[in-house]
Design a protein around this ligand. Sequence first.
Ligand code: SAH
Length: 496
Amino acid sequence: MDHQKNQRLTVEIEDIGMNGEGIGRVGGYTLFVKDAIPGDLAEVSLTKVKKTYAYARLLRVIESSKDRICAPCPIHRQCGGCQIQALSYEGQLAFKQNKVKNDLIRIGGIDETYLSSILEPIVGMPEKSADKKEIKGRGFRYRNKAQYPIGKSRDGEIIAGFYARRTHSIIQTEDCLLGPKINRLIVDTVIKHMKNCGIPPYDEETGTGTVRHVMIRHAFESGKIMVCIIINDRSLKRPEELVKALRAVDGVASVYLNIQTEKTNVILGEECILLWGEDSIGDTIHVCDADRDFAYTDESLTFHISPLSFYQVNPVQTEWMYSQALGFLNLQGTETVWDLYCGIGTISLFLAKHAKRVIGVEIVEQAVEDARENARQNGIGNAEFFAGKAEEILPEYYRTQEDDEMKRPDVIVVDPPRKGCDEKCLETMVRMQPDKIAYVSCDPATLARDVKYLSENGYLLTKVRAFDNFPQTVHVETVTLLERKEYDHTSDPAAV
Ligand code: SAH
């Protein structure tokens, strides 16, 4: 049957796609339906028709999925941030667990029965928010970083909000439910100052106006807040008044201006000016015992966050995830470790206390400097950091260095961006023959692809656990362990 634009169809939704859209089939024809969730029987209208599939708009939910809930955020359908808010939290966890499992089977070529024997249950969010306050519903108010674009409404009022999906128009909301409630007060305080002083918001089209974004970062444990106002100028009118108003907000410890005068989508410019307070806020990450429900141990690390530093956005899951990697690796204190894609050295320093020597590799120079500083401040002397691409540094080291200890490391940890590891990097990892590889991933599809490569080159996937670092979105993190086949591991199915 031929399909046409605006055609109405009834479809049962079975799955969730890469961008959070519901997927259903009519005959053999696949429909991608934004805002529909698995289990919905939906009436839809086709918006973009292709030969074997179409995009469609949700007109009406005829029969609601048992996992459908009333999404708490009034703008979740327009805003690009949360794709699966209408799915119950349990439903979100089940979807993510399934995604990791299916990708490892389909793309990774892992045997289903074997995978079921090693796959642990996904780790979801606790009932309390990251700032330890009671919240309605799990998986909200977890983010430690928010960036609100500032602009004008149609009738000329200054507003803050979020960009509508795939556009640059701002939808007003001062209270994003992924961040702490107090963000709203901070954003309002900045807007009030703009109104008092006649400071115009930035206009993307003309490149005129001043205030572009307000960025807020929280260190949840200490309760400290950093406010950074990103401007298309070199200064802001009456800064002392703004500082005074922001200081009145409980927790504000640091107020920055960031200068971004380029006409670009990049939020932050390179230059930051401290208007008042501390130049960085320290966040504590606890080492937890992954085998005892992530109970705190007496070990912890402190990381200093400045406006430009990269830092994981979900502090609760972050410490669990790192602790899980540590638990999987079961370090004895004698191991040599590479930590590739190390960012500001979070995982490297986590492992350093339990290993003999760690080398971290990271492409962003500033992050490497932060990593070195973090090592120093935490009193860690056995971690070194190199700036560069993992796929260049590692082969180069292997080829040119005499250092057998690091050419034949015991452990390699990787935590690459969504595109996964470069094949040159994987190739060298295999040559180095570490006994264990811990692969921390933010994209199950590329994880599965890389696991396939490692499986075909002497490694066996022995542990897998997913973590819900990004509730309400389709993203999921996974921590896995691969062991060298000649290495004496206990869960080798070939040995059974
Ligand atoms: N492990 C860190 C960072 C993970 S994010 C943490 O948990 O905080 C992935 C990191 O890889 C980013 O810091 C990014 O800058 C870095 N990166 C991206 N491509 C890279 C490459 N080719 N080689 C090395 N690092 C890279």
